[in-house]
Design a protein around this ligand. Structure first.
Ligand SMILES: *Cc1c(COP(=O)(O)O)cnc(C)c1O
Length: 392
């Protein structure tokens, strides 16, 4: 057969080479140059916000958000356990403690448990939320998993009530927005106090590696940009009044980003169309269910998830993935739970149930923007055939 349909690869059908060549031609390859400001402006316009700072990665964006929140040693930050570890590691970069929270059926943080944790495990003292063992809970990191909007209406209400800063990890959700309700028209990453984006190779648009950050107030973004450029106060005399980072995006990366941003609407449209084809193909499948996206939102549909009825399957998720690999279909399991990873073994964990279930039964399958209808049919049929073969 010799087929290999990738899970998610970048799409460079636009002006990528042209713009990168321009950047090279101008000699602006490093952390200054017109493409960086162009990308920042373009992103801000796209998600309808005032100010965006481009940086080196989604991880660096998340790290700077926590720095700006004032998260430090001895503080607590509420995080999801069902996510990519980059959403959690910055808590430890700041020598703070994560508290792991469960997901709901959207795979995003469960607001019911979040509220219960704040209500029952913590107390408001002055303007602080203090956990029963004495630590201040400063912030919550909310991940919009696979492009699906977390329940921001509930989460913002809880955060307001309990004085928590909200860091939205929108690294997978560029372009996802509310269409109804209190936040109608608002994009993922622009609802909380901070919004982090990623342009890693597998994300909906890529700069090779890269990210961006936005925040509630435009001045906050200016400060984040300042932190990302070694907190340099003066262009000529090397005055620094804060600890900064080398987190600024380069002009070469931004050149790629400007070209990709021109195609973002097209990429989202293709993700939608392809999802709808899969949805039709999996409609009556007895061994798995294609997960949907939150009502009242328009997701970028970055990744597709099949919830497999593992009780009916003879074998593990690894077996399924291997068998699909043999048929030329690249798939992956959702993440292992972060609180079970070695560096987090001693962390505080709050009533994890659904995350445990979903971490064992979710399969992601090819969602590349270039995939053809024929390839989608091949993938869906291969997945259904493999699972039927493995039925107990
Ligand atoms: C990709 C990703 C990140 C990190 O982004 P990088 O640009 O790779 O640093 C963080 N959180 C989640 C949920 C991600 O998917």
């Amino acid at each position: 057969m010799g087929r290999c349909i990738p899970l998610s690869i970048p799409n460079f059908e636009g002006n990528e080479i042209k713009y990168v060549n321009e950047a090279l031609g101008q000699g602006w390859v490093s952390t200054g140059g017109a493409f960086i400001t162009k990308l920042e402006k373009g992103l801000a316009d796209f998600i309808g916000t005032h100010n965006v700072a481009a940086c080196q990665s989604g991880t660096s964006a998340l790290h700077m958000a926590l720095v700006d929140c004032g998260v430090g040693p001895g503080d607590m930050v509420i995080v999801p356990t069902l996510t990519f570890i980059a959403a959690v590691n910055p808590v430890r970069y700041q020598f703070a403690e994560p508290v792991f929270m469960d997901c709901d059926d959207s795979l995003c943080m469960d607001p019911v448990k979040l509220r219960k944790f704040c209500e029952e495990e913590c107390a408001i003292k002055g303007d602080k939320l203090v956990h029963k063992d004495g630590k201040t809970v400063k912030a919550v990191v909310v991940v919009h998993v696979f492009g699906n909007m977390a329940d921001m209406e509930e989460i913002m209400d809880i955060a307001g009530r309990y004085n928590l800063k909200v860091v939205e990890d929108a690294t997978e959700a560029l372009g996802t927005r509310y269409t109804e309700g209190k936040y109608a028209g608002r994009y993922a990453g622009t609802i909380g106090d901070y919004g982090a984006f990623s342009f890693n190779g597998n994300k909906i648009i890529t700069t090779g590696g890269g990210g961006a950050i936005t925040a509630k107030e435009s001045e906050m973004v200016d400060h984040l940009r300042y932190l990302s450029t070694q907190a340099k106060d003066d262009p000529h005399y090397y005055i620094h009044n804060e600890i900064g980072y080398n987190y600024r995006m380069t002009n070469l990366q931004a050149a790629l980003g400007v070209a990709q941003l021109e195609e973002l609407n097209e990429f989202i449209a293709r993700k939608h169309a392809n999802y709808d084809i899969y949805s039709e193909l999996f409609k009556n499948f007895e061994l798995g269910k294609l997960l949907g996206f939150r009502e009242g939102t328009c997701s970028n549909r970055w990744f597709y998830s099949l919830e497999i009825n593992m009780e009916k399957i003879n074998g593990t998720m690894r077996d399924i993935i291997t068998k699909l690999e043999e048929r030329g279909v690249q798939t992956r399991a959702i993440w292992g739970l972060i609180h079970e990873q070695k560096p987090y073994a001693d962390s505080l964990v709050y009533e994890i149930e659904k995350a445990d279930y979903y971490s064992s039964c979710i399969l992601n399958f090819p969602s590349t923007t270039q995939i053809t209808v024929e390839e989608i049919e091949y993938c869906a049929n291969a997945i259904m055939a493999v699972l039927r073969e493995m039925t107990k």
